[in-house]
Design a protein around this ligand. Sequence first.
Ligand SMILES: [Mg+2]
Length: 346
Amino acid sequence: MSLSTEFERVELPLEDAFTISRSTQEVAENVIVRISDGEGNEGVGGAAPSAHYGETADTVEAVLPDLLAAVEEVDDPHQLERIEGRLTDVVERNAAARCAVSIALHDLVCERLDLSLYQYWGLDPTESIESSYTIGIDTAERMREKTERAVERGYSTLKVKVGTDRDEEILAAVREAAPDATVRVDANEGWTPREAVRKVEMLDGYGVEFVEQPVPAGDPEGLRFVREQSVLPIAADESCVTLEDIPRIADKADIANLKLMKCGGLREAVRMIHAARAHGMEVMLGCMIESNASIAAATHLAPLLDYADLDGSLLLAEDPYAGVPMDGGEIDLEAIDRPGTGVRAE
Ligand SMILES: [Mg+2]
């Protein structure tokens, strides 16, 4: 075989500026990876680097030549386990960069086998759960409007960003606009442990389903304290990055929120799902703000999840790639049947 590889940086403007407790973002910079087998098949993947985890589009572009050289050296895309191991040898960190390569390889392998990624894994997409749609931090009035718009577009599960000094005002506004929606909140490390316990009680009054990352990842005992005192389930996101984190957080959170861009690849994500189950945790798969070049792959894992938060592409003004549509948060069962991840250039 003669594998050839290339990558390209893309600027993706967001539909609305996206604010969480610690930052605001107006553009997402992703890096798209393409791997061809010289026999007419091409796999596409994407990196959505996050500065919070030490990556930018620059760092992704800096390490991709070495990662792709390792792929070309093995020269057999079906050797997925071996290649992903080599990628970790090349760069131990840089998870988003490795993830783009992992996704492109899986897309290519499934195209070669004429299988959809879910079929390759033996999964049943009719067991997929609905994805949430995220409402970023804004004025309470703007968040009410965004919530109304999401409900009109058919989303019945919302993830609301909090971690401000007006969290109750925000929840009241969201609940007014979406009285029947399932509402989860994400504080993105925005509270102290004692503050978090008080906030969780308040949130319970608004019928919130669970609370994500109430306290900083650097305070594991604070997370444990919140979980012990909390009336709602607690999800760990910033505290749950790689496989090694699962046993560390198992007694400090109820739900493990994985992201492909944090753990570095599809195979590592599946290992984390099973490790979390073995530790009695529920599993959520989240995402960064990212193109369908990477989100499409994540939708195939939905049958393995308790909670899906795969709206990364839905927050973009436009996406150069189409993937598996999720109108109203429901995975399109026809699109997911295409060979590979279902990604294609628009
Ligand atoms: Mg989160």
